[in-house]
Design a protein. Structure first.
Length: 300
């Protein structure tokens, strides 16, 4: 079966590579796609459907849309599109929008809280529908932006995992578009004639948000230095732990030269390590990271 275009072939190739690299799918999987109605989730659903018809393993798809309760949100258009393309779809109506309004102060950014609440709904629906995997539409740009947000504002070297097991071990979350760029996802959704629907949240598209500002920074960097985003994505899979400052990766007490160490010096080295343990622990306990958002982390 031929692909509809070179773009579809490229998206399918990158998605397949991610699935293979991170062992995302197994034979018999029921994959629940989180379908917001945005370009990324539509592109993911379309790409997985294309692969489903070609893959050497059997897996089924169900699209789940979490309606946050905003009146302007066109969930009926999402349902109609899925029906027309013979995609199984479930619309889950919630009051997340009102919950956020009740919890957050005026001017606070709702995106992180909204994502957590929606994730909770997806976990529940996954159990109800028998889904074995939850597929989310985060693309390569999302991974890079999340890395920079945590680096700039949270004092952490952290992005997103392409495959994640939930804390309770009950769910497996996969992100098959990790190698697909945002512009590729946008172009693919448009090529497939899929209706792009905004989330209708009042904060949606606010360029004052840190993530949007980071997105603009990346756009400027890519314009000045073509290929920089691809290099940053590659860096996420090419980590050199010995060149970082995290003592959990490089315990200082274990970093010592061994060449030429005489047997009689071994006991001295052990005593020195034991004598400095309490001091090291006290220093760690007294140290504090002075960034005002040091305890915060960013997720897409």
């Amino acid at each position: 079966m031929a692909y509809r275009s070179e773009l579809e072939a490229r998206v399918a190739r990158k998605t397949t590579r991610a699935i293979v690299d991170y062992d995302m799918l197994e034979d018999g999987d029921r994959v629940m796609v989180g379908l917001s109605g945005g370009k990324d989730s539509w592109a993911l659903l379309q790409a997985l459907d294309v692969l489903r018809q070609r893959a050497p393993i059997r897996f089924s798809l169900i699209a789940v849309n979490v309606d946050s309760g905003y009146k302007e949100y066109k969930h009926d258009l999402i349902a109609g599109t899925c029906t027309a393309r013979e995609w199984e779809c479930r619309i889950e109506h919630t009051g997340i929008g009102q919950t956020i309004d009740d919890i957050l102060d005026d001017g606070a950014t709702p995106c992180s809280l909204c994502a957590r609440l929606r994730r909770g709904v997806l976990y529940r629906v996954a159990k109800e529908t028998g889904a074995t995997k939850i597929a989310l539409g985060h693309h390569a740009d999302d991974f890079i932006e999340t890395l920079l947000l945590n680096l700039f504002f949270a004092g952490s070297l952290k992005a997103m995992p392409p495959k994640l097991v939930s804390d309770d071990g009950a769910h497996v979350v996969i992100r098959p578009l990790v190698y697909v760029g945002e512009e590729e996802a946008r172009a693919y959704a448009k090529e497939c004639g899929l209706p792009i629907i905004g989330c209708c949240c009042p904060a949606c598209g606010d360029l004052g948000l840190q993530r949007q500002r980071t997105k603009r920074l990346l756009m400027e960097l890519e314009r000045e230095h073509p290929g920089v985003k691809q290099s940053m994505l590659k860096a996420l899979g090419n980590v050199a732990p010995r060149h970082l400052l995290d003592t959990r990766l490089n315990p200082p007490g274990e970093l010592r030269a061994t060449a030429g160490l005489k047997p009689e010096n071994t006991d001295t080295a052990v005593r020195l390590k034991a004598d400095t343990t309490d001091t090291t622990l006290r220093l760690k306990a007294d140290a504090k990271y002075d960034h005002p958002k040091a305890d915060a982390t960013y997720e897409a």
